[in-house]
Ligand binder design. Structure first.
Ligand code: ADP
Length: 226
């Protein structure tokens, strides 16, 4: 479903961030991408959603070579790949409901569909009772769950969470990880980039370890030792 073939990436200033990355992720997998800060985890995510282009190599999402997608087809690619970040990226002046609805409105989904889909995803992340709240009225964990709800609005095939627990306390982190597990059970491929050893080792899932831009370990039931 996702395939990186001999991917390398250098930024304009000459920094080589990824080198010879080969990675295959199958449908419905749950994969941790781990490694210290600066290892290249976020760059990997940015390449997959074509926020950046690789210097060499190919990246496939289903049958599409992501590096060759025409600009006008990028939004449709990105709707298939939901992404959440450490800093939530919520719209502060909009309610919980509106934060999710907006992503459907921009692609002109009918109002009836929005009224059905938004409560569904809010229910999935246990935020239905906060629909009318604004982000400042939410805890860190709730904000991250809202970001996840928004990423799920288009029913993506893949959900990527880049350090989703970086800004929240341990209890909220566990809730977020269990939510990701539930989403995975419902059929979505989940990729979580993290450097939180405790979470990774408790979950007993596939672990891809990155170091200095290279994949140095890839285990089906992995542990993360630092
Ligand atoms: P991680 O997510 O594992 O912390 P990143 O992919 O964010 O790693 O970064 C890997 C390396 O690439 C870091 O050394 C970072 O400074 C560098 N880097 C990231 N973005 C850019 C950029 N736009 N220009 C130059 N260097 C960058």
């Amino acid at each position: 479903m996702i395939k990186f073939e001999d991917v390398s990436k250098s930024y304009e200033n000459g920094t080589q961030v990824l080198e010879g990355v080969n990675l295959v992720i199958l449908p419905k997998e749950f994969v941790f991408i781990v490694g210290p800060s600066g290892a290249g985890k976020t760059t990997l995510v940015k390449l997959l959603i074509r926020e950046e282009l690789p210097t060499t190599g190919s990246i496939f999402f289903e049958d599409t070579d992501v590096t060759k997608v025409k600009k006008n087809l990028l939004p449709s690619l990105r709707r298939k790949i939901g992404v959440v970040f450490q800093d939530f990226k919520l719209l502060d002046s909009k309610t919980v409901f509106e934060n999710v609805a907006v992503s459907l409105e921009v692609v002109e989904r009918p109002e009836g569909e929005i009224k059905q889909v938004v409560p569904n995803v809010l229910n999935l992340v246990s935020l239905l009772n906060k629909s009318e709240c604004f982000p400042y009225q939410l805890s860190g964990g709730e904000k991250q769950r809202l970001a996840i709800a928004r990423a799920l609005a288009h029913e993506p095939k893949v959900l990527i969470a880049d350090e989703p627990t970086g800004n929240i306390d341990p209890v909220a982190s566990d809730e977020v990880v269990h939510l990701l597990e539930k989403i995975n059970t419902l059929g979505t491929t989940v990729i979580m980039a993290t450097h939180e050893v405790g979470i990774v080792n408790r979950m007993k899932r596939r672990v891809v370890l990155m170091h200095d831009g290279k994949i140095v370990k890839d285990e089906k039931v992995g542990r993360y030792e630092v």
